[in-house]
Design a protein around this ligand. Structure first.
Ligand SMILES: Cc1ncc(COP(=O)(O)O)c(C=O)c1O
Length: 350
């Protein structure tokens, strides 16, 4: 197995916890095996039984939607759980390192710091594309993970596909993780279909964005079945609650919601970009493949504070590498976007 070498030995050899629901999978019977409460739950609906530890029904739905196999899917308590587990599976503090390409999603760095893993940062180029040569230079024999976020947060752009292929082909001594949290808002195809060709690839997605389920916490990692098996071994046994599983199953069956969301938000993204483009104090609107845009403004800090004082909350990214004077704006409903444009115009008119 080519990637056995990228997995910590004690994880590879780990004998996982075997839960009551692992040992008996039937749904009928008198259950006196899991120390649950036989009385119910103190609310009308019964939540007293432990949920399916491997969330099979959801994975069957996702396999059909994403055109992959059930054994290529891991589900986490948000993508953030998958990020943490992948680090704990591959990296030993003091020995291994990971490559990050800022500005990017902050949890890669936080998760690596919690796990005390060395981070090698190779900034994006000024056009927000990958510095392929810089990344290849930063990689050494102890590099276990390369995080690529496409479309990228907070810049919003997709990363050049050919650069990503170059990196996957060149970095063969660790895992390339492609975080596709915003892929539903992009015309770019997912890398899930490339998993068969590249066993050292891990693709992450989430139901927090286009599916509108951020509060339920459901993140996905797609990878070679052996990697999925390892992640399942090290996750907490019941990491996805029963209420989340039940609602996700219903939400995934509602195919039109996600499609309607994406078409509305893409239309609103275009409209908002056009409106902001009319404001002279807008220095630059970066291209977006996501449900947000990064915009460079004159007096960005003052504008950000003014918007907060008007109870309109955006994300100030001015202190982030390569994002000077920039504010990240999530695409809202039509009236919310109109309110934003009105307030920005008022701020500059004052
Ligand atoms: C790039 C990226 N990945 C992952 C996440 C987190 O997703 P989840 O809600 O599934 O933890 C976010 C959240 O904003 C994100 O921007």
């Amino acid at each position: 197995m080519i990637f056995q070498n990228f997995i910590l030995e004690h994880i590879w050899n780990l004998k996982p916890y075997s839960s009551a629901r692992d040992e008996f999978k039937g749904k009928e019977g008198v259950f006196l095996d899991a120390n649950e409460n036989p009385m119910g739950s103190g609310v009308p609906k019964k939540w007293n039984r432990y949920p399916d530890p491997l969330q099979l029904t959801i994975k069957e739905q996702l396999a059909a939607i994403k055109q992959c196999n059930v054994d290529q899917i891991f589900l986490g308590n948000g993508s953030d759980e998958a990020i943490d587990l992948i680090m704990r599976m591959t990296c030993q503090s003091g020995i291994h390192n990971i490559i990050l390409c800022p500005p990017t999603y902050g949890m890669y760095e936080v998760s690596a710091s919690i796990n005390h893993i060395e981070q090698r940062k190779v900034s994006l180029l000024t056009n927000y594309q990958l510095d392929v040569a810089g990344i290849l230079e930063a990689i050494d024999s102890n590099t276990r993970l390369l995080f690529i976020c496409s479309p990228n947060n907070p810049t919003g752009n997709k990363l050049n596909r050919t650069d990503i292929y170059t990196l996957i082909e060149s970095f063969t001594t660790g895992f390339v993780i492609i975080d596709e949290a915003y892929i539903d808002f992009s015309d770019e195809p997912s890398f899930i279909q490339e998993l068969v060709k590249y066993p050292q690839l891990i693709v992450m997605q989430t139901l927090s964005k286009a599916y509108g389920l951020a509060s339920l916490r459901l993140g996905m990692a797609f990878a070679h079945p052996t990697i999925i098996g390892l992640l399942n071994k090290i996750k907490p046994p019941y990491n996805i609650g029963g209420a989340t599983q039940e609602i996700v199953i219903k939400a995934l069956a509602n195919t039109s919601f996600k499609e309607d969301t994406v078409s509305l938000l893409l239309a609103e993204r275009k409209r908002l970009m056009e409106s902001l483009g009319q404001i002279p104090e807008v220095i630059h609107i970066y291209p977006s493949d996501a449900n947000f845009i990064l915009v460079r403004f004159k007096k960005s800090n003052e504008l950000f504070n003014y918007l907060i004082s008007e109870k309109l909350i955006t994300r100030n990214r001015s202190t982030v590498t390569l994002c000077e004077d920039s504010i990240r704006i999530t695409i809202g409903l039509s009236e919310e976007n109109d309110k934003l444009v009105d307030l920005i115009s008022k701020f500059y008119a004052a």
